[in-house]
Design a protein around this ligand. Structure first.
Ligand SMILES: [Zn+2]
Length: 244
């Protein structure tokens, strides 16, 4: 049946998050299989972003969804489809998220969760125009074979991609965000993951590790084309092998 535009979609996010309140992205899961679809009919007519709705979200989910928002912003920044407008949105999203993510999951203050709701919204606006890249491409097989929730799957390779994608633009972004260099930014992501008890190695994950399958399916995912560095299957395999 063809999709036709609904009269009105009012999006009300309850996590900070997916950014779905400002995108036309929809994720469909069937068993372990998970696919993304983009269609203008999913674009909300309006959204109501009320951080009060995120106040009871548990700490772990807050960190996982917050790292998803961080990944949306940084991937919009380094996407080959980036523009001056998406750079501005992504940079502000990253600034807001970096200053509020840790208090939002350790203390759940109203101030930090309000900031995260704003940061997630900005990140959604950035990636809906620039698209995501390598971390998201890898997240689908990681969720499928190792049962990681979406944000944790994106975060699993986030610090690796920050190191792999490092260039002058990213170095300058890291400095703008208050870090000495891209390595220090990657270290901060790793620190937040460990502090929040997220999985950082395959040894901590479910499922049998098949490096060939993971690297091949990640390389073939359409979002990998948006990555600023075109990684071969062997290079992706080496990245995953370092996370054993
Ligand atoms: Zn995402």
């Amino acid at each position: 049946m063809p999709l036709t535009a609904a009269k009105k979609i009012i999006a009300i996010p309850t996590t900070a998050g997916t950014g779905s309140e400002v995108t036309s992205v929809s994720v469909i899961s069937r068993g372990n299989d998970k696919k993304t679809t983009h269609n203008p009919v999913f674009q909300p007519t309006a959204c109501i972003v009320d951080p009060a709705l995120t106040m009871t979200v548990p700490a772990r989910t807050t960190l996982i969804t917050g790292l998803d928002a961080f990944t949306h912003a940084i991937e919009a920044f380094w996407s080959v489809r980036h523009s001056a407008l998406t750079d501005a949105l992504a940079t502000e999203a990253l600034r807001v998220i970096l200053s509020s993510l840790e208090p939002s999951f350790t203390e759940a203050t109203e101030e930090s969760r309000t900031a995260m709701a704003y940061g997630s919204l900005l990140a959604g606006l950035a990636f809906s125009n620039a698209k995501t890249a390598g971390c998201h491409a890898c997240s689908y097989p990681l969720s499928m074979y190792h049962h990681l929730p979406h944000g944790e799957a994106c975060a699993f390779t986030l610090d690796s991609f920050i190191r792999l994608n490092a260039d002058d633009r990213l170095e300058s972004l890291a400095k703008t965000l208050g870090f000495a260099d891209t390595g220090a930014l990657a270290d901060e992501i790793y620190r937040l993951k460990v502090k929040g008890g997220l999985r950082v190695r395959f040894a901590d994950c479910d499922g049998e590790l098949d490096l060939n399958r993971l690297a091949t399916e990640s390389a073939e995912h359409m979002l990998m084309r948006n990555n600023p560095v075109q990684l071969s299957v062997d290079e992706l395999k080496a990245m995953f092998a370092a996370l054993k």
